[in-house]
Ligand binder design. Structure first.
Ligand code: TXA
Ligand code: MG
Length: 444
């Protein structure tokens, strides 16, 4: 391949035996992340990636337990600008910082010129008390906390997009922790999708969006959680959740000081007068090319699926409904099922075939059934069906959600019907938040 052609390398980096937390006696639960220096292919790849992050201004994609992130050294402006450029992200939307240990966090909380490392500073710990129970319980893990950004700050100004706070989390992924540790700097990382697309939960998803725009994607396999971290602000009283995510409101409420935590986000259109509190919430998000129609869990309770009338009406009326048809011919209808809808959502179908992904047998594998469906009276073929189930359990639904939206997009679905779930079970709020943002129509 010519040197001038943009290309993107995607090395496989098995996560096993990369490192561990070193627990010093008498110290807090989380101590420094230690990388095992045992020579291995993974370690070599990570060292090269870390070197790249230290010296180049093009971001590197890496897996976390939530979604893939697009990382850059959070202390270097040129590197952080590279993230906004690669993603096509508006620069007023701040980025989450990823750290490998609490000392790294303390150094970010102390003004740049100060020599203090926090705890040595007269015994004063710069981490606010309100966050200690959360850090203890959820880190490393899918929780982002907001903290005051000191002046002067060690962080590049582009990270915070002019806000007085920064968002930070310690990811629960040996690969991510090792990469941060080897880089020796906190990594700013938004989700590694092109702006407005569903977040990526495999290296393949990142490649689809960013091929040729970045040089390196570290492939650690599919993400376990599948939705992004919960973002909380504990600097106000009562504390608020700015974005629902991989930690549920009930789990937060079990922590001292967080019993009264409130929802500070809105799921429905934020185009009204009030400015959304998490700047990211005002943009179009999580959208596949297809038009998404979300059925709230309460919709016509007791039915096993969407009614054929819904689809037949749409097919007949597709111009009025403004459904773009990507390939001409019959309408391509995607269905994402969760708990109650039957296969093919009760439609009269023929030739239903289970399609199996050829190249891998990964845990993220989704089985899509393909077939045709017919008019109930005339029997005429009215559309092509692409049916996928992402499981009944909330965790499995969260894990498969973005993959399913992307898969149906790849198969040129014109429209996608999604079976919603209840908000208040485990991380159902995160699932429904993403779906409501992806949907152009909600049936409730
Ligand atoms: O799980 C995750 O959080 C993933 C992985 C890669 O760690 N990252 C992620 O980043 O989802 P991103 O940039 O796609 O979303 C960050 C969200 C946005 O809604 C942003 O507005 C909000 O966090 N945010 C970041 N810093 C903030 C701040 N200082 N104040 C309020 N909201 C903030
Ligand atoms: Mg994102």
């Amino acid at each position: 391949m010519s040197e001038n052609l943009p290309r993107t390398l995607v090395p496989r980096v098995p996560e096993r035996n990369l490192g561990r937390f070193r627990e010093n006696e008498g110290h807090e639960k989380l101590n420094s992340w230690e990388v095992f220096e045992t020579p291995s292919h993974s370690l070599e790849v990570l060292k090269e990636a870390a070197e790249y992050l230290k010296t180049k201004d093009v971001p590197v994609a890496f897996p976390t337990e939530t979604v893939y992130g697009l990382g850059a050294d959070a202390t270097r402006s040129a590197a952080v600008k590279g993230i906004y450029a690669a993603k096509g992200r508006p620069s007023d939307n701040p980025l989450i910082i990823h750290i490998s240990d609490l000392e790294m966090l303390r150094s970010l909380l102390t003004p740049e010129k100060s020599t203090s490392n926090g705890t040595a500073n007269g015994g004063h710990d710069p981490i606010p008390e309100i966050y200690k129970p959360l850090i203890d319980k959820f880190w490393p893990g899918p929780l982002t906390i907001l903290l005051p950004n000191p002046t002067p700050s060690r962080l590049a100004p582009e990270v915070t997009a002019g806000l007085k706070t920064f968002g930070v989390r310690m990811p629960n992924s040996p690969l991510a922790l090792s990469l941060i540790k080897l880089t020796g700097a906190p990594l700013a990382a938004p989700s590694a999708n092109a702006s407005t697309k569903p977040s990526p939960t495999t290296a393949g998803h990142v490649l689809e969006d960013l091929y040729g725009r970045i040089d390196l994607i570290l492939d650690g396999g599919p993400c376990l959680v599948g939705v992004e971290s919960t973002v909380v602000d504990g600097l106000c009283d009562p504390p608020v959740i700015l974005r629902p995510g991989g930690v549920s409101i009930d789990e937060l409420r079990c922590c001292a000081g967080w019993e009264k935590v409130e929802k500070g986000y809105k799921d429905h259109s934020e185009t009204g007068k009030s400015t959304p509190r998490a700047p990211g919430m005002k943009y179009k998000h999580y959208s596949p090319k297809a038009k998404v129609i979300l059925y709230e869990a309460a919709f016509e309770k007791g039915r096993d699926g969407i009614q054929i009338d819904d689809i037949e009406d749409l097919v007949r009326d597709r111009e009025a409904q403004q459904i773009p048809v990507s390939k001409g011919g019959p309408l391509r209808v995607g269905i994402i099922r969760t708990r109650h809808w039957k296969p093919a959502a009760g439609l009269r179908c023929s030739n239903l075939k289970r399609w199996v992904r050829e190249e891998s047998q990964e845990a993220d594998e989704l089985y899509v059934q393909e077939g045709e469906f017919h008019d109930t009276t005339s029997g005429a073929t009215v559309g092509k069906l692409l049916d996928v189930s992402i499981g009944e359990d909330t965790r499995s639904i969260a894990q498969g959600l973005f993959s399913a939206l992307r898969e149906l997009d790849k198969r040129d679905a014109d429209i996608i019907f999604v079976e919603g779930i209840v908000d208040d079970e485990d991380i159902g709020a995160a699932v429904m938040n993403r779906l409501r943002k992806a949907a152009s129509r909600i049936r409730s």
